[in-house]
Design a protein around this ligand. Structure first.
Ligand code: WT7
Length: 561
């Protein structure tokens, strides 16, 4: 399937945000991975040990992941936008022995720091023996006796390393994702099946050809970066672009400038980005030559038909295929997607399961709904890149995915079939929000809020947001014994950002006197969502005290921030 790749072929065209570039060939990549593998081994990392990776979008992220794979160590990449506390809990849960990080990275025109968060986390994580630090920005960093510079160790290491062979079921990585409780789940993936499906789908869904230049705009901190920056494309010997920064730095045409510069032919991004570009205006992409693009991909959330059509017309020149790919951290690779040249597309539909994949839409009883029906998306047969469990928590694995219907994997998404049997994804049906294609649990944000001394109780919902898909809206009851200043809302938003990361910062916090609860004490999120989306309230007859909703609606005009 994969083409024979010569060492001189470019693996990664790296573009830093400030405009610095690096060309990494397959030969360079192998040498770097070998050197890093030797350093990891020297530091005592053995097959099965866990390594946490907390890096910006630079080639060392891919190199570190592959060096782990080469020696059978299990990587756990933590998105660089997560807070010290989020990093600490992930290092701790996996008992990582080594952390690979950088002094910082470039974002929005200036260097952002990463190392201080690592210092804070590692100080509380006894499992960590060493921290390997890439110098990216040259900022001053505090140093501890566990720290080693990448350029002093990896650059000096031997380029010779013999890859070890491992069983196809050997663990490859853990990747944390939000579930319906406060604690993220460590999704465990193994080697053989995962590589098979990421390579197969990358090759066929993108219709990969030898001269292609591929660009996936995700961060390696998410599963899209694992499967469609690192494992799938590199297994297929593809040439790809890796970009460090934000789309609007130093100007709003940066992405299109990159497409033009490298002749990108395959672009894979998220609907939230497409909607942002729509808002910025047609004239921005129109200033660049985008004629190299021959296929566009979408992932992370349902793509609305308007965004689909805009993407095809203004980025794809009107006639390129668009593949809307449905999958999850748990599935490891694409599951439902059109195949270019095979499947006719409908704007907004992920269409059908890929060859070899069995998906269905079922009702509450687990009965298939058939054409025209709606219900829950399930996967009815195992697949190669299937998660093998939740790290350290078998019970949670069973409860989350297999409790509802033992014969199906429960994906957590609502879906419907149209009359032709094409699948339309309708968003999550559990307490997981999807903000800009990122999964965030309502409970996780609630726990962060109640950990603040001012807060007595909190309820969080995902409200429809034109730009980000969903936006986080929090309803908060302050403690009556604490003196809250006028800046309470700002303080709380900042607190959530510190506890989890800026992506979890609520769009809006409403200070309320009470929360709507059923007679059994369960918070009625449906009502809160109605309030957050400015809808008239539906049925409130099961509410313990229907008058509560009046208070909440009043809070709307005061709590806005
Ligand atoms: C959830 C998984 C898949 C990598 C990025 C997100 C939603 C993902 C689509 C799509 C509609 C989608 C689902 C899914 N989702 N792709 N093409 N159409 N919804 O991975 O963080 O594990 O999130 O993202 O709700 O369950 P993730």
């Amino acid at each position: 399937m994969s083409p024979q790749v010569s060492g001189g072929k470019v693996a990664i065209h790296f573009e830093g945000e400030p405009g610095d570039t690096r060309t990494v060939t397959y030969a360079d990549l192998q040498e770097q991975v070998n050197k890093a593998a030797n350093v990891l081994t020297d530091l005592g990392v053995r097959a099965g040990d866990r390594v946490a990776i907390y890096l910006p979008m630079i080639p060392e992220a891919a190199i570190s992941m592959l060096a782990c794979a080469r020696i059978g160590a299990v990587h756990s990449v933590v998105f660089g936008g997560f807070s010290a506390e989020a990093l600490r809990s992930r290092i701790d849960d996996a008992e990582a022995k080594l952390v690979i990080t950088a002094d910082g990275g470039y974002r929005r025109g200036s260097p952002a720091v990463l190392k201080p968060a690592v210092d804070e986390a590692v100080a509380q994580c006894p499992s960590v023996d060493n921290v390997l630090v890439v110098r990216r920005t040259g900022q001053e960093v505090a140093w501890t006796d566990k720290d080693l510079w990448w350029h002093e160790t990896v650059d000096a290491a031997s380029p010779d390393h013999s890859a070890e062979a491992f069983d196809s079921e050997h663990p490859l990585f853990i990747l944390y994702t939000s579930g319906t409780t406060g604690k993220p789940k460590g999704i465990l993936h193994t080697t053989g099946g995962y590589l098979t499906q990421t390579a197969y789908t990358h090759y066929n869904v993108f219709d990969l050809k030898d001269g292609d230049v591929y660009w996936c705009t995700a961060d390696v901190g998410w599963v899209t970066g694992h499967s469609y920056i690192v494992y799938g494309p590199l297994a297929n010997g593809a040439t790809q672009v890796m970009y460090e920064g934000t789309p609007d730095t130093p100007h709003k045409g940066r992405w299109w400038e990159i497409v033009q510069k490298y002749g990108v032919s395959l672009l894979y991004t998220a609907p939230t980005a497409i909607r942002t570009f729509m808002k910025w205006g047609n004239d921005i992409p129109a200033q660049f030559d985008l004629s190299s693009l021959r296929l566009l991909g979408s992932v992370g959330e349902p793509i609305n038909p308007e965004a689909w059509i805009w993407y095809r017309d203004h980025i794809g020149g009107g006639d390129v295929p668009i593949v809307d790919t449905w999958w999850q951290t748990e599935t490891g690779a694409m599951m439902i997607s059109p195949l270019p040249g095979v499947t006719a597309c409908k704007p907004g539909s992920a269409m059908r399961p890929l060859p070899g994949i069995s998906a269905d839409v079922v009702d509450d009883m687990g009965e298939p709904v058939g054409p025209g029906g709606g219900g829950y998306l399930v996967l009815s047969k195992p697949w190669p890149a299937m998660l093998r469990g939740i790290w350290g928590d078998d019970q949670r694995y069973k409860d989350t995915y297999w409790l509802r219907w033992p014969q199906y994997y429960f994906a957590g998404d609502g879906a419907k079939y149209d009359q032709d049997g094409a699948i339309w994804l309708l968003g999550r049906v559990d307490d997981v929000m999807n903000v800009s294609g990122h999964r965030i649990s309502t409970t996780e944000v609630e726990s962060a809020l109640v950990s603040h001394p001012l807060v007595a109780e909190a309820a969080v919902v995902g409200a429809t947001d034109e730009m980000t898909g969903q936006g986080i809206v929090a309803f908060v009851i302050l403690r009556s014994d604490m003196q809250a200043g006028d800046d309470a809302v700002a303080q709380l938003r900042q607190h959530v950002s510190q506890e989890i990361g800026p992506i979890a910062k609520p769009r809006q916090i409403m200070l309320v006197a009470e929360l709507p609860k059923t007679r059994s004490g369960k918070i009625m999120r449906r009502l809160l969502r109605d309030v957050a989306e400015h809808r008239s309230l539906g049925d409130v007859t099961t509410l313990a005290d229907p008058a509560v909703m009046n208070l909440i609606s009043e809070g709307l005009s005061h709590g806005d921030d």
